[in-house]
Design a protein around this ligand. Structure first.
Ligand SMILES: NC(=O)c1ccc[n+]([C@@H]2O[C@H](COP(=O)([O-])OP(=O)(O)OC[C@H]3O[C@@H](n4cnc5c(N)ncnc54)[C@H](O)[C@@H]3O)[C@@H](O)[C@H]2O)c1
Length: 436
């Protein structure tokens, strides 16, 4: 099948590369000339494990091409995926400027049947707007369908998630659109949930908001654990084995971050508000998450007495492991707050330091975790990259000025570190019974 993907970012590029690998002819479109030039030269615009190999294979086998021309994309693809960004406006609403621009360009260029598929995360009823623009601009007698196919991939595991999804959601309004999309996804052998367009749009916002809510829930439970000396990891384990609850997204820590959860919770709250519904659960989810970042700063401050001129090593900057994405990463807020209190920051991240340099002036970026902890009064584990799992803490203790570990992801065993002489502070891991 001929497919075009407009927006060659984290979602678009994975989508295009995976469809090309499944044997389709894919044309990737982006208005960012630098990005397209880099992709044509074989360079990836961001880090995603396995993506580079997949893109190179698609290009070498002549199934994956790149262009800056939306019109060319419309000529090529019977199915046109919209994967442009939908950032948050200051009031939390989704900014659909890019979606609207692209849809207008697409509608102008359509000359024969095309299926326009929203893959970007958009507010419910966006599909209706897209259909309205198409009705107004597409030439008379030319059929055009609009569908919603929200994407659920996680950065860092994008290829695996795209090729082995839990489910595929297809919001369609015509038999033709349904058949095209079912045929396209058939090789993935995943359960397909076929709905109307509005329900599909809602499935995405509701899913992301629900996952964010689970994280804020367990972070609130973590606070109780800290006060009474219980262990949130054991609580999560006990809750998670109940199949009605599930263990996923019950990891207490520095809170959620990344491009999606924050903006999607905000957008969903705004959608409800516009419909006259006060979605209090979502407001609380966002509030708890923001507070969680500041809570970590407070705990470091309490442990060090004061932060002025204290040196803090931060391990991990990306919002999660296996990505270099810093959008709404907790590390940025936390480091800025620590610096405001006078702390000196030495940071290390396996992939995200190039981008971080522009966002975090005044921070010293180090070549390794061991270089970062040199002379530090505190080590903060911010992102649970694999390489931080097996650090040599005996060596780290010798390098640090004070042996204090603040584990923002509950990655380490408190006892192991305490036996090595560290003071250990996790999230929701109260002091044991006999030490209180
Ligand atoms: N990142 C994720 O993990 C993820 C997961 C699921 C869904 N989503 C959703 O997918 C959408 C895209 O997210 P992303 O992370 O890929 O964003 P991104 O910023 O990585 O990529 C968006 C791309 O769209 C391009 N673009 C913007 N306006 C354009 C235009 N007018 N014409 C052509 N190209 C244009 C940008 O240059 C950029 O390359 C968002 O709605 C997001 O909420 C993201």
């Amino acid at each position: 099948m001929n497919i075009s993907v407009i927006g060659s970012g984290h979602v678009g590029l994975v989508t295009g590369a995976c469809f090309a690998d499944l044997g389709h002819q894919v044309l990737m479109v982006d208005h960012d000339r630098k990005k397209i030039a880099a992709l044509k030269a074989g360079k990836m615009p961001f880090y995603e494990p396995g993506l580079e190999e997949l893109v190179h294979r698609g290009v070498e086998e002549d199934r994956l091409r790149f262009t800056t021309s939306t019109a060319e994309g419309v000529r090529h693809g019977t199915i046109i995926f919209l994967c442009v960004g939908t950032p948050a406006r200051p009031n939390g609403e989704a900014d659909l400027t890019a979606v609207e621009e692209v849809v207008r360009d697409v509608a102008q260029a359509v000359r024969e049947y095309r299926l326009i598929v929203e893959k970007s995360t958009v507010p419910v009823q966006t599909g209706e707007w897209i259909a309205r623009i198409c009705r107004g601009s597409v030439r008379r007698g030319v059929a055009c369908d609009v569908a919603s196919n929200p994407e659920f991939l996680r950065e860092g595991q994008g290829l695996q998630d795209f090729l082995h999804p839990d489910r595929i959601v297809l919001g369609v309004e015509s038999k033709r659109a349904k058949e095209l999309l079912l045929a396209l996804y058939k090789p993935l052998n995943a359960p397909a949930v076929v709905t109307d367009v509005k329900s599909a749009e809602l499935i995405k916002h509701a899913s992301n908001s629900f996952l964010a809510m689970k994280i804020s829930f367990i972070n609130s439970v973590a606070q109780i654990c800290e006060r009474v000396g219980a262990d949130v990891m054991q609580v999560a384990e006990g809750m998670g084995l109940d199949r009605r609850i599930g263990r996923a997204f019950l990891d207490a820590g520095v809170g959620y971050g990344g491009y999606c959860f924050g903006k999607d919770v905000a957008a969903f709250t705004q959608i409800a508000e516009k419909l006259g519904i006060d979605f209090q659960l979502l407001k609380a989810t966002a509030r708890v998450n923001a507070e969680q970042r500041q809570r970590l700063v407070k705990r470091v401050e309490e442990a060090l007495w004061n932060l002025n001129r204290k040196t803090i090593a931060v391990l991990g900057l990306s919002f999660k492991p296996d990505t270099d994405d810093l959008r709404d990463a907790p590390s940025i807020d936390i480091i800025r707050s620590l610096r405001q209190e006078g702390a000196v920051i030495r940071a290390f991240d396996p992939q995200a330091m190039a981008q971080a340099k522009a966002l975090l002036p005044g921070v010293t970026f180090c070549k390794s975790a061991y270089e970062a902890v040199r002379g530090a009064d505190c080590l903060i584990l911010m992102t649970e990259w694999n390489e931080f799992k097996e650090l040599e803490f005996a060596r780290i203790k010798k390098l640090m000025r004070q042996p204090l570990v603040v584990d923002g992801r509950n990655l380490y065993q408190p006892k192991t570190l305490q036996q090595l002489g560290f003071r250990y502070i996790g999230v929701g891991r109260g002091e044991p019974w006999d030490q209180r």
